[in-house]
Design a protein around this ligand. Structure first.
Ligand code: ZN
Length: 217
């Protein structure tokens, strides 16, 4: 495992801490389905923000940490897993050939989220970004089929990459625990007061559901 993992985790937490003061509660309706990256994430558990922390705050951190794991796995793959690397190279060549690539260059706060908002029942979308993306994917011809032997070899390499990812993930979570105090402190400073203010506003509006001056009109 590369020596710089500790530094990279520390830098990712630094970057998230620099971003956090700009966080604001979402005013739009929440999503119904849980985020696949954040729900039950061991990263968020290690960071100490798996409970009672708004998803936007969690997502900004889980994405930054996931990037470290992805980059480590990519390096391991390029050095040790030639079949998988060649598959990935072909896949990225295909991706580059597409005319529409809505997932590229997203900020960590938006990366990995569904491209379109939740549809509103009764108000269907005329088009969705996901549909455009799928159309663009069909422009490129399919990859040539693999022999059975090549498929087996590829599956072995995929399993090795998975094992390595689990190992790095475990190490990253271990390192993240040491940053828990400053993560928690920042949430208390920048997030909790905003949540409290929102709750207070909600309680006030529930106590006074109508304006008394409207009475008798
Ligand atoms: Zn998320």
């Amino acid at each position: 495992m590369e020596r710089s993992l500790e530094t990279r985790v520390s830098q990712a937490v630094d970057a998230w801490l620099r971003w956090l003061p700009r966080w604001e509660p979402a005013t739009h309706r929440g999503r119904r389905s849980p985020c696949r990256r954040c729900f039950g994430s061991p990263i968020l558990e290690a960071a100490g923000i798996d409970h009672d922390t708004p998803h936007g705050v969690q997502h900004g951190l889980s994405t930054r940490i996931k990037t470290i794991i992805d980059q480590s796995v990519a390096r391991y793959t390029s050095q040790n897993l030639p079949m998988l690397q060649s598959e990935l190279d072909q896949q990225s060549a295909r991706n580059r050939a597409r005319s529409y690539r809505p997932r590229e260059d997203l900020d960590p706060e938006f990366d990995g989220l569904p491209l379109d908002p939740e549809p509103d029942p009764g108000a269907p979308f005329l088009f969705t970004i996901a549909e455009f993306e799928e159309e663009a994917a069909q422009e490129t011809p399919p990859l040539p089929p693999l022999s059975e032997e090549a498929k087996r070899a590829l599956r072995r390499e995929v399993a090795l990459a998975d094992e390595y990812a689990a190992e790095v993930g475990h190490e990253v979570c271990h390192l993240l625990v040491t940053h828990r105090p400053r993560i928690r402190a920042a949430v208390s400073e920048y997030v909790d007061p905003q949540i409290e203010a929102m709750m207070k506003e909600l309680t006030t509006s529930l106590d006074a559901p109508f304006d008394p001056r409207d009475l008798g009109k």
